[in-house]
Design a protein around this ligand. Structure first.
Ligand code: ZN
Length: 491
């Protein structure tokens, strides 16, 4: 925990030394998916970025509370205050109850994240489960004088807020810039200004998701849930709020304004934004015909793809770029990542089998590796540099394998720890083996059974040792005794 950690803060536009609100603890909130469709390539980057941050803080000894929400209501089409609710629309088209849509795509999202080895967050709250908290927050903002009622809907008064605070501080805009990008009110609108955004919307008769409130039967505005749920689970002031760059405006800007209007302060010490993934330089979009779901990526079932890419290849590909840099998807880049990952995993697997010589001198390059890798990770999560340090370790392992270098057992241990702690525990990269994770499990189980058999033989319990051999044989596993123990092959 003594290690200094630097994080780029979107709010101050610079790297800052991380100082937690509560010593030894980290509270982080990340905007999760709106669950109305399959998880796609665009979900993988924030999923993996904040997962590595979560894992790193834990590795550094912090107690971390990681909250990542599920948006299941209030996110209207075009991310604006008009149009249909994205989930309700999907429900209407597929003749489902909206919560059936939510359940289906939440499970699919979880499944994709599990394949990518993204750990579940500590809390995963849903917007629809926090209507009471959101109504309470609207009341506070109304009482503070930063919102108004109009025909049963409540809107945030941006101009009024901007008199005292700076609306646009997060995304680097001022009120004038913001005004230029907005359309004029068409007279049908209940808003006083097109800049204002909804805190509560009165539901139209055809709107299927609605709740009672003091103002109308309606639903919360999209930005409100994150202010309400982050405060509920992390407190009025917490450490980190993350999300994709596309959420910075208006979503996070509005969240920051809501926090300030209701609590008198922004409430978030470090705002973090990951950059986007492009496909051959283009934004990914259904209308552009280059939309790739994670499922398609893992199975190769999309005409954009030359082949299937394993979840670990995708994870490795994403970590090869710094989270604040743009990342361009191409088959060539994914294929290069696949090769790099294989080389890395092979070395990580071989490290324990390396020959060592207790008389070999300590290797200064090996001794420096852990410091170099943590320095990179603690410098605003620089995963590409961390991976390049790990590739230095790969090169050393390969030199020992081809006998051009001799190392001592203590240095072998440093390499072992480096791969275990950093490659597996922090970067979350696992050996998928020939048949993914189940291959490792099978190897582990057979190894355990072989140990029991060895024990039986040592006790001259021939009946048990023969029975284990025969039953494994019946399952297609050939076990053979060797000089140093035994080896097995699976048919
Ligand atoms: Zn959010």
């Amino acid at each position: 925990m003594a290690r200094a950690f630097y994080l780029y803060n979107t709010l101050s536009h610079q790297k800052e030394l991380f100082v937690p609100v509560h010593p030894g603890m980290v509270g982080m909130y990340v905007c999760g998916p709106t669950v109305y469709g399959d998880a796609h390539l665009g979900h993988a980057r924030p999923g993996i970025t904040y997962d590595v941050l979560f894992r790193l803080f834990k590795q550094l000894g912090y107690k971390v509370r990681y909250v990542r929400n599920i948006t299941d209501v209030g996110h209207l089409e075009n991310d604006a205050d008009t149009g249909e609710d994205k989930i309700a629309k999907k429900a209407r088209l597929e003749q489902l109850e909206p919560m059936e849509v939510v359940q289906t795509y939440t499970l699919r999202y979880h499944d994709a994240m599990r394949k990518l080895n993204v750990l579940p967050p500590s809390i995963e709250p849903r917007a629809s489960g926090h209507i009471i908290e959101q109504i309470a927050l609207v009341k506070k903002i109304l009482e503070a004088g930063y919102a108004y009622e109009s025909n049963g809907s409540i809107y945030f008064d941006v101009a009024k807020y901007d008199e005292k605070h700076h609306y646009g501080i997060l995304s680097g805009r001022n009120l004038e810039d913001t005004r230029e990008g907005t359309r004029n009110l068409d007279g049908q609108d209940d808003k006083h200004s097109p800049l204002d955004f909804a805190l509560w919307k009165k539901a139209s008769p055809e709107h299927i998701m609605h709740w009672p409130s003091p103002w109308s039967e309606g639903f919360p505005g999209w930005h409100l849930e994150c202010s309400a749920m982050s405060e509920k689970y992390l407190g009025e002031v917490f450490d980190i709020h993350g999300g994709g760059m596309d959420l910075m405006f208006p979503h996070h800007e509005c969240e920051l304004a809501q926090n300030t209007a209701s609590r008198g302060q922004g409430g978030v010490h470090y705002w973090m934004h990951n950059n986007m993934i492009t496909i051959k330089g283009q934004k990914m979009g259904k209308s552009l015909g280059n939309f790739i779901t994670l499922d398609e990526l893992f199975t190769g079932r999309n005409s954009v793809l030359d082949q299937a890419y394993s979840p670990m290849t995708v994870r490795f590909f994403i970590l090869q770029a710094h989270y604040r840099s743009p990342l361009d998807f191409s088959n060539e880049a994914l294929q290069a990542a696949e090769k790099g990952l294989k080389r890395m995993m092979l070395a990580a697997k071989d490290v324990d089998k390396l020959p060592t010589d207790p008389k070999a001198p300590a290797n200064a390059e090996i001794a420096a590796l852990p410091e170099r890798v943590y320095e990179a990770l603690c410098d605003d999560l620089n995963t590409p540099i961390a991976l390049s340090v790990l590739f230095d370790a790969v090169r050393i392992v390969n030199s020992v394998k081809d006998k051009s270098l001799v190392i001592n057992p203590a240095d072998q241990q440093i390499l072992h720890t480096l791969f275990t702690e950093v490659l597996h525990d922090v970067l979350g990269l696992e050996d998928e083996g020939a048949e993914s994770g189940s291959g490792q499990l099978v190897d582990g189980l057979i190894g355990m059974i072989a140990d029991v058999r060895k024990q039986a033989k040592a006790n001259k319990d021939w009946a048990t040792s023969d029975r284990i051999r025969d039953e494994l044989k019946a399952l297609g596993v050939q076990i053979k005794d060797t000089k140093d123990g035994c080896e097995w092959t699976i048919e």
